[in-house]
Design a protein around this ligand. Structure first.
Ligand code: UTP
Length: 298
């Protein structure tokens, strides 16, 4: 009998240096894809998967994330006075229920593993999900929901994965592929940002995790790894020694919004899937491609 996943951790304390100067005063998690901040997409994915408690690990300059998930009384009043009920309804539908969100701070950006560890008191002694807001997905069913269904079959720990180009393994956490299980495969090893010729496969972790609470104990003593940061992948590797670990090839498309090209691709893909925007946007896109032709010509 597996214990249900009720809590999700959103690490949002990174510095976002790849997006400077956009992220000098604004968190990168608030960068917008079409008309929603990336953090909103990830929150909605967690909610679709049945998450009941949303834990944000924030840092300095991140308080706008708290404001985003709060009711703006004046804005609501103004929209109501102007009879903008569609906008009002949309805003309300995107809000967490009262009392379901918690915030804690990572005082220094010591790495993703450290950020997750900062949520240990809020997570307590139960399995939990981690969602990286850098990665947003398009799929008929959300990635965490797909993982929850696999979790009901297999239990244990699960990471979502996708295949990348062999030369891209240096950017991600990579897993080794073992025996097939329903919905995925057993993980044989994990390595953070390996050199291309040392990677165990080209399956990269796409930023969604279901983890057992014992990972927090491991993180308590975790030394810094790749890039001098406390890496979640290293802690998961240690947990892998004592607990089942599975990978779920995600049925959908992932956009790495931590990189500029991934972020721009996400904007294009999400805009093209919006009936209210797609026709005009498609025409503009065609025009740009027709007149510029290629990157060289631009
Ligand atoms: P990244 O390494 O992609 O984020 O971490 P970053 O450090 O903000 O970005 P760059 O490389 O400088 O541009 C993935 C996720 O983990 C969080 C980040 O906020 C991001 O959502 N993170 C990372 C933390 O919360 N704390 C950290 O110490 C590191």
């Amino acid at each position: 009998m597996t214990r249900a996943i009720r809590k999700a951790v959103f690490p949002v304390a990174g510095l976002g240096t790849r997006f400077l100067p956009a992220t000098k005063a604004m968190p990168k998690e608030m960068l917008t894809v079409v008309d929603k901040p990336v953090i909103q997409y990830v929150f909605e994915e967690a909610r679709e998967a049945g998450i009941e408690h949303f834990i944000f690990v924030t840092g300095r300059n991140k308080s706008v994330i708290e404001d985003h998930f709060d009711i703006q009384v004046e804005l609501r009043d103004t929209l109501a006075k102007r009879s903008k009920f569609t906008e009002l309804e949309r805003l309300d539908s995107q809000m967490p229920k009262a009392g379901t969100v918690s915030y804690t701070r990572q005082q220094e950006p010591l790495g993703l593993g450290h950020a997750v560890w900062c949520a240990r008191e809020m997570v307590g002694d139960e399995p939990f999900a981690v969602l990286l807001p850098d990665m947003i997905m398009q799929a008929p069913q959300g990635c965490l929901k797909q993982m929850s269904e696999q979790y009901n079959e297999t239990g244990g720990n699960i990471v979502s994965v996708e295949e990348c180009e062999p030369e891209e393994v240096t950017k991600y956490g990579i897993v080794g592929r073992g025996k097939d299980v329903p919905g995925g495969f057993e993980v044989t090893e994990m390595v953070e940002k390996p050199e291309a010729d040392k990677a165990p496969s080209n399956f990269y972790i796409t930023g969604r995790y279901i983890l057992q609470p014992e990972v927090m104990e491991i993180l308590s003593n975790q030394a810094a790894g790749a890039g001098g940061e406390i890496q979640l992948t290293d802690a998961m590797l240690a947990l892998h020694g004592t607990q089942p670990f599975f990978a779920m090839p995600f049925n959908g498309t992932t956009y790495d919004c931590g990189s500029k090209s991934g972020f721009l691709a996400a904007n294009v893909a999400f805009a093209l899937s919006r009936p209210d925007i797609a026709p005009g946007f498609q025409a503009a896109l065609r025009e740009i491609i027709a007149t510029r032709g290629s990157v060289e010509a631009a």
